[in-house]
Design a protein around this ligand. Structure first.
Ligand code: C2E
Ligand code: CA
Ligand code: CA
Length: 716
């Protein structure tokens, strides 16, 4: 008995095979991409059912495409078992193909199982017809159908695994091609299996009666329903895929954000150099490798000379441009492997490792200084920007990153002091100096609140009569453990911290107290000079504050002479002129201190109209050392001052020859160790009493011994 095939149904079975394959591949991707183990299991189960139904339905429609000259039907029980076999085989296949670790063994084992499942389904389906006498199979074709089932399964698994990554390029095209191969294989197995079957003449189908499925329209129903099921599954899966993809996009942008954040945390955005954070890490590594290889590692700490004024005068965009240009040139001065970082502001650090000797670091520092001689370009501005460099070496100067950076910073400060665009190696003396500065910084507030400051007084005398003309108040810090600290050491520290304002007010108030006290004791009214620091000139309200202090004490402001250093006065001459005017309006007198060192302009000196010019110690000393020339200079200063109606005071008079020369040169007042050292309040009160008693000129030969321990013995 031979049957004939209905072309439409064959085509339908091929369509089902194709769609089932395509769905299976899509589901394989879905399973592989599932975000959780539960989702993975749900997709696997759904996939197994849909794919199993698909394969089974392909087979079923294929069977129904064959019309035999007898009534045919299918046993419901066996048909259902064959469906289960298809589902199990599909589950097997999906499970194998979506595994991350996909080996040849798992491929072959999975393929064999899946093939067995399909074969089982097919031949069970044939059994469901219940042909009597039974269908006969040609062994060759039967074997071939089993072989095709196995090979098709292996191929399907392999393809599914290869295509399981969802973001492949041209994924849909690749999937379609692969599905076609799979569909042909599945259908090939089915039709080979059918070809192997021989329905014996006179055979009857025992499953065609009641309780069995009838074939007429069934094939269309099953085929259509299956196609619909597969299509719905595909749509769901595609939607899920798009959702997952957008999730992946989100994850991707989060990753990008993280990279940006990481960059911001480690890179200085202005110069694109590593920042402080990265520097510390790199320096730690450099130290470690230097330790391992017995080499040196150097930290070059640099600060740009006068950068603040570039920013102030040319604006921040030029300033930023200069920093970028500097960074770029600096990078070019060192080896590719050396780290160049920006610490912030105008501070840069270079880490050099694997050095053999200190000279290696010196050579690179020298290179940097030389390279910075040429102008840098920023926003159309050409400018020379030079660094002051400090160098600290591991292991010589410190063995921690903080220690090395700190010491290199200290050495950098020394380069600054030396005039900039140079380098200095750290040494222990620098460290001690810096340590002391730190100590002073910390102790200063306590000194202010606990009143650890004392005033010393150095008299000033008339240059001709040698009579007392007044005194200068000089502050000292009586430190509980460090002893008496000279102002030159702590005034700059207080200046930097701003505490000088408070200290300055204290000095004035204390001076007023003493004047009140000495007045009350009936001593001749004394004029007192006090020193003003640069910050006091700029600080708003200082004049009013000082006015209030003297008023509260009942002291006439005209008894107070404020000394402003010439170099400070000339730094911002306009401002100085304005402040001096305010002080004058308040009734104070003004002196220009350390005159001769600050490159005054005559125009400003005229404008200031101060009462006194104090010739710097250097020129007083020059009267001895430089002979004629020295005298000519002092003579010129005296003439200038007198022409501007100012008195001249010579500071630092230490020898009789100086004193004599000053008298000949018509200097108005003299002050110095030769005449009197600065003295503490009690000693000074005694000195005043003696003055009043004798009303005689003081000794002129330095015969009087120093009155206090503060005496600075060596001449300048
Ligand atoms: P200065 O205003 O030039 O004060 C004169 C300095 O020269 C004083 O040092 C004084 O002791 C010293 N001196 C006086 N005669 C001679 C001499 O014949 N030979 C030598 N070699 N030195 C002499 P001192 O007291 O250590 O003060 C140093 C500086 O500290 C002062 O220089 C002044 O600029 C500053 N200073 C002192 N007291 C104060 C203060 O209360 N406030 C502020 N802002 N600065 C102060
Ligand atoms: Ca002074
Ligand atoms: Ca002075």
């Amino acid at each position: 008995m031979s049957g004939s095939y209905d072309g439409f149904r064959v085509l339908l079975s091929l369509c089902v095979a194709l769609l089932a394959s395509y769905t299976a591949l899509t589901l394989a991707s879905r399973i592989a991409a599932a975000s959780s183990a539960v989702a993975q299991r749900v997709w696997l189960l759904l996939g197994a059912v849909v794919m199993g139904v698909g394969i089974w339905s392909m087979h079923f429609v294929g069977m129904l495409a064959l019309s035999l000259p007898i009534a045919t039907g299918y046993d419901i029980g066996i048909t259902l078992v064959s469906l289960l076999a298809a589902i199990a085989a599909s589950g097997m296949a999906l499970h194998t193909s979506t595994r991350q670790h996909f080996t040849w063994r798992s491929l072959l084992a999975g393929g064999a199982l899946m093939g067995a499942g399909i074969v089982t389904m097919h031949y069970l389906g044939m059994e469901a017809m219940g042909m009597s006498p039974a269908i006969q199979y040609s062994p060759g074709l039967l074997l071939l159908s089993i072989l095709i089932a196995g090979l098709a399964s292996v191929a399907a698994l392999w393809i599914a695994n290869a295509l399981r990554v969802e973001n492949l390029r041209h994924l849909i095209k690749k999937r379609l091609a692969a599905s076609a191969v799979m569909a042909v294989a599945i259908a090939g197995m089915h039709y080979t299996g059918m070809a192997a079957a021989t329905f014996l003449p006179g055979a009857v189908c025992t499953a065609s009666g009641a309780g069995s499925l009838h074939s007429a329209w069934l094939s269309l129903l099953v085929g259509g329903a299956t196609l619909a099921l597969l299509a719905v599954t595909l749509v769901i899966s595609a939607l899920e895929g798009r959702y997952a993809a957008s999730n992946r996009n989100l994850t991707g942008s989060l990753d990008k954000l993280n990279i940006m954040l990481l960059r911001m945390a480690t890179i200085d955005t202005l110069t694109d150099l590593p920042n402080r954070h990265s520097l510390i890490k790199a320096a730690e590594q450099a130290i470690q490798s230097a330790r391992q290889h017995g080499r040196l590692c150097a930290i070059l700490f640099m600060d740009l000379d006068g950068f603040k004024s570039i920013n102030d005068t040319l604006g921040h965009s030029v300033g930023d441009g200069m920093l970028r240009a500097f960074a770029q040139r600096l990078r070019g001065c060192v080896r590719q492997s050396d780290l160049v970082a920006r610490m912030g502001g105008d501070e840069f650090v270079v880490v050099l490792d694997g050095l053999l000797e200190a000279e290696d670091a010196a050579r690179i520092a020298r290179n940097i200084n030389t390279a910075m001689h040429a102008d840098l370009q920023a926003n159309g501005t050409a400018l020379k920007v030079t660094p002051s460099i400090g160098i600290a070496l591991y292991p010589r100067d410190a063995d921690t990153v903080d220690g090395l950076i700190g010491n290199a910073d200290i050495a950098m400060y020394e380069s600054k002091q030396a005039g900039g665009n140079t380098f200095r190696f750290y040494d222990v003396a620098m460290g001690q100096k810096a340590q002391r500065t730190t100590l002073l910084q910390r102790g200063l507030q306590e000194a202010i609140t606990r009143g650890h400051f004392v005033l010393y007084f150095q008299p000033k005398f008339d240059g001709r009569s040698r009579r007392l003309t007044g005194a200068e108040a000089l502050i000292r810090w009586r430190h509980p453990s460090l002893g008496l600290i000279p102002p030159a050491e702590f005034i700059p520290v207080a200046e930097r911290s701003g505490q000088i304002i408070e200290i300055g007010n204290w000095v004035l108030a204390r001076v007023c107290d003493y004047l009140v006290e000495w007045d009350a004791q009936g001593k001749s009214p004394l004029k007192m000079a006090i020193n003003l620091s640069p910050l006091q000139l700029r600080w708003p309200g200082v004049v009013q504050k000082m006015q209030a202090i003297v008023a509260a004490a009942g002291i006439a402001p005209a008894r107070i002479m404020l000394e402003i250093t010439e170099s400070v006065a000339m730094q911002d001459a306009e401002l100085t002129a304005r402040v001096i005017r305010e002080y004058h309006d308040a009734g104070f007198q003004i002196a220009i201190d350390d005159f001769g060192t600050g490159y005054s302009s005559l125009a400003y000196l005229q404008q200031f109209r101060v009462e006194q010019l104090k010739i710097d110690r250097f020129f007083t000393n020059g009267l001895d050392v430089s002979g004629e020339e020295g005298r000519a200079i002092v003579s010129a200063i005296v003439a200038l001052a007198h022409s501007l109606n100012m008195e001249v005071v010579a500071e630092g008079v230490e020898t009789v020859t100086q004193l004599d020369a000053l008298r000949l040169l018509d200097c108005d007042q003299v002050q110095g160790f030769l005449l009197e050292h600065p003295m503490a309040a009690e000693a000074f009160a005694q000195f005043l009493a003696n003055q009043d008693a004798s009303d005689a000129p003081p000794p002129s030969q330095g015969m009087m011994p120093p009155l206090d321990a503060d005496a600075i013995p060596e001449p300048a």
